[in-house]
Design a protein around this ligand. Structure first.
Ligand SMILES: Cc1cc2nc3c(=O)[nH]c(=O)nc-3n(C[C@H](O)[C@H](O)[C@H](O)COP(=O)(O)O)c2cc1C
Length: 188
């Protein structure tokens, strides 16, 4: 698979089979995060694999899935079997400017997941306080995002955006349709 193919194939998936992703695959994703571009090459991010049943169950309760969909959250037997938690290390970057670095790192992880036949959903609508209470990271680590990882049990495809409507929806085949702005629209 070439890079552009992976970029176009990557979709947010929110329903997963119950086959757990292999630890080796999760480590390979984190290895790709390590290679991202980082402001001033500070590399201030830390990553934690969450694939223990008690922890995946506990964090699940504090995630908001698919804001535009009524039935977008995974059901009991569709939940991700693993997450990668992304933290900013305040000991490395005391000003807490982690967002752009996290974006680059998470993107690398999502593309490596595509290559490995895995699906992901980047999760920012999370209750950071509650999840921090569950994961109990060291004090210098600030929880930024979770990335759900697993084998897809849902189809999702790109559609052309019409009338500026950004809302993704599920069609009558159960496929998620994700509107993307055209190349023409975004060129200025
Ligand atoms: C910073 C960020 C935070 C996100 N947070 C959530 C989230 O909390 N829950 C969710 O279901 N999807 C979340 N998403 C996924 C977006 O909804 C998704 O990327 C968008 O709808 C486009 O779909 P696509 O990823 O398939 O291209 C997030 C994406 C980004 C970039």
């Amino acid at each position: 698979m070439d890079v552009k193919e992976a970029v176009f194939a990557r979709r947010s998936i929110r329903k997963f089979t119950q086959e757990p992703p292999k630890e080796e695959a999760l480590l390979s994703m984190i290895d790709c995060a390590r290679m991202a571009a980082f402001g001033a090459n500070m590399q201030p991010l830390k990553f934690r694999i969450i694939n223990d049943r008690a922890l995946t169950d506990a964090v699940f309760d504090h995630i908001k899935w698919a804001g535009y969909l009524k039935d977008g959250a995974p059901k009991e037997n569709e939940r991700p079997k693993a997450y990668i938690a992304v933290f900013g290390d305040m000991n490395i970057r005391a000003n807490g400017a982690f967002e752009t670095d996290a974006g680059a790192a998470v993107s690398n992880m999502m593309l490596e997941a595509v290559e490995l036949g895995l699906a992901t959903c980047w999760l920012g609508a999370i209750d950071r306080e509650k999840i921090t209470g569950i994961l109990k990271p060291a004090e210098n680590l600030k929880l930024l995002y979770l990335l759900a990882v697993g084998y897809p049990a849902q189809e999702s495809k790109i559609i052309d955006m019409t009338d500026g409507d950004v809302k993704y929806y599920i069609d009558n085949t159960g496929t998620v349709n994700v509107p993307k702005r055209s190349l023409e629209e975004i060129l200025i």
